[in-house]
Design a protein around this ligand. Structure first.
Ligand code: 5GP
Ligand code: ZN
Length: 115
């Protein structure tokens, strides 16, 4: 169910445009609007869930099951030499959008600007 005023629900529903990386019945992946490195991607479940604390195991299972496939697609397209996965939960941990998401951050070496 879409959550009112949630920007990622609006992205999933196509109400806010995004650069799609991958989509199926359970997840939507799109480029982060503020790329920390080239190809920085967010994966979200289509079901609204605030963060990891409130995520039912079956939603987590479907979401994480797709990470390798999407990571490989990004690897293929952008040819990074490494990749960080990141998930922020609650404000104190830098969560700014309260719809669960995993960051995939391709890494290109010491000078890629991340960290
Ligand atoms: P958080 O800080 O919650 O872990 O990550 C939220 C991410 O969502 C940020 O990296 C931010 O750049 C990204 N973001 C916020 N609004 C939008 C948007 O409207 N479109 C896209 N593509 N990314 C967004
Ligand atoms: Zn949402």
């Amino acid at each position: 169910m879409a959550h009112e005023d949630c920007i990622f629900c609006k992205i999933v529903n196509g109400e806010i445009p995004s650069a799609k990386v991958y989509e199926d019945e359970f997840v939507y992946a799109f480029l982060d609007i503020s790329q920390v490195t080239k190809g920085h991607t967010l994966i979200v479940p289509k079901t609204h869930t605030k963060n990891i604390y409130e995520t039912p195991p079956e939603v987590a299972k479907e979401l994480f099951a797709r990470v390798p496939k999407i990571a490989n697609a990004i690897k293929e397209t952008y040819k990074p030499i490494g990749m960080n996965l990141l998930n922020n939960n609650e404000k104190a941990a830098d969560q700014s959008v309260f719809h669960l998401h995993i960051h995939l951050i391709p890494r290109y070496g010491q000078d890629d600007g991340f960290r």
